[in-house]
Design a protein around this ligand. Structure first.
Ligand code: IMP
Length: 182
């Protein structure tokens, strides 16, 4: 497994917090759990929230042993470094395909819950039959909005993490595991 404990790059040092193998194992379990909950007749729609969830969503659907659909949505709740308090939805979502369907939002991390809270409110208007949230990470100590995460791989402490799709200022998404800056 090529996920070194330490990565030095760009004048900074990053320490591994969660290995690639741990992530893989959790995602396999999560995919099995969702498959079990969906039963044999459902074809869920996984809704990958860009950009951070792209690797998680790819691994989740590859481990989902059943029929499913995948859609992508880019959202933003920040203007520069400040939260605007609302989430902007971008075009490209096939909303007709959400109606009466079992939709699973696939998100990299639920931090304060602001983005997810706004997103779920918006998505409900498209009348999915069920609307669940699968998050690779949650930070329970930071959560301050009313969001129920139905499927979560890891609960982490209040630290800023990068890698496996998560970035800092657009960088480090390609780190093979989860890292914190030293
Ligand atoms: P929330 O709206 O406060 O829950 O923030 C959610 C979004 O903030 C995530 O989708 C990420 O894009 C970003 N975010 C929050 N914490 C982290 C982190 O530790 N690393 C990278 N991105 C993060």
């Amino acid at each position: 497994m090529n996920d070194p404990e330490i990565i030095k790059t760009n004048g900074a040092t990053f320490k591994r917090l969660i290995s690639a193998q741990e992530i893989e194992e959790k995602i396999v379990q999560l995919a099995q759990q969702i498959r079990k909950d969906m039963g044999n007749t459902e074809v869920p729609v996984f809704l990958c929230i860009l950009k951070g969830a792209f690797i998680f969503a790819a691994d989740l659907v590859r481990n989902y042993e059943g029929l499913c659909e995948l859609q992508f949505l880019r959202i933003s709740s920040y203007s520069g470094a400040d939260s605007t308090g609302k989430v902007t939805m971008y075009p490209g979502l096939d909303v007709e395909k959400l109606k009466d369907r079992r939709v699973v939002v696939v998100e990299d991390i639920v931090d304060t819950g602001l983005s997810m809270n706004c997103l779920l409110k918006d998505l409900r208007q498209y009348k999915p039959r069920t609307l669940d949230v699968a998050a690779l990470f949650t930070k329970p100590s930071r959560l301050c909005h009313d969001v129920k995460v139905d499927y979560s791989c890891f609960e982490i402490p209040d630290a800023f993490i990068v890698g496996y799709g998560l970035d800092y200022d657009g960088l480090y998404r390609n780190f093979p595991a989860i890292y914190v800056k030293e």
